[in-house]
Design a protein around this ligand. Structure first.
Ligand code: 5GP
Length: 188
């Protein structure tokens, strides 16, 4: 049986990559979403086990030591994120494709071990628009907003190394574009 493919979706927070992934998963029965672990607290509305596995730093470090993470990264200096290895491997073995919604550091780690991974970067229409979207979400202080915007620019600079870059200025169009990328890559 053909093994599943890894699709990595990255982009600064506020670009709408989460919404794009949700839309793709809704009507593609061969696609699975990898739920990451994180040491950050849940935001309002986030569900443990669905959006993230919210775990303690101790549990995270134990998982890392046991080689339980496919990739891992520290984002914004102190928050730890990682992709649990086992579910991803199991789905791929079953022939299912998997979406990892992870940052650029993680994406390059995964590509090193899985060169056939497809890297898709979601770009905001502009930095000003990105700033407005993050402020609109209302969960940032002036300090975390500045950190997120700085991180966004660094990520965008590295996005040239991705296989595909999709600008999300129109959600429907962006979803369709990523859907086409997935279909084309499956056909390879
Ligand atoms: P947020 O805290 O806004 O949900 O995510 C912050 C950043 O961490 C985003 O760029 C997101 O894609 C990234 N991220 C989420 N989960 C993982 C993961 O498992 N690994 C890595 N490397 N980055 C992640």
């Amino acid at each position: 049986m053909k093994k599943g493919k890894l699709f990595i979706v990255s982009g600064p927070s506020g670009t709408g990559k989460g919404t794009i992934c949700k839309r793709l998963l809704e009507d593609d029965p061969n696609l699975r979403f990898s739920v990451s672990v994180t040491t950050r607290p849940p935001r309002e509305g986030e569900i443990n086990g669905k959006d993230y596995h919210f775990i303690t730093r101790e549990d995270y470090l134990e998982l890392l030591e046991d080689n339980g993470l496919l990739e891992h990264a520290s984002v914004y200096g102190k928050t730890l994120y990682g992709t649990p290895r086992q579910p991803v491997m199991d789905w791929m073995d079953e022939g299912l494709d998997v979406i990892l919604e992870i940052d650029v550091q993680g994406a390059f780690q995964v590509r090193e071990n899985h060169p056939a991974s497809v890297l898709i970067f979601i770009l905001p229409p502009s930095m000003e628009e990105l700033r407005e979207r993050i402020v609109g979400r209302g969960s940032e202080t002036a300090e975390t907003l500045a950190a997120r915007l700085g991180e966004a620019q660094r990520e965008i600079d590295k996005s040239e190394l991705y296989d595909y870059r999709v600008v999300n200025d129109d959600l429907e169009k962006a979803v369709e574009e990523v859907r086409c990328i997935i279909e084309a890559e499956r056909g390879k």
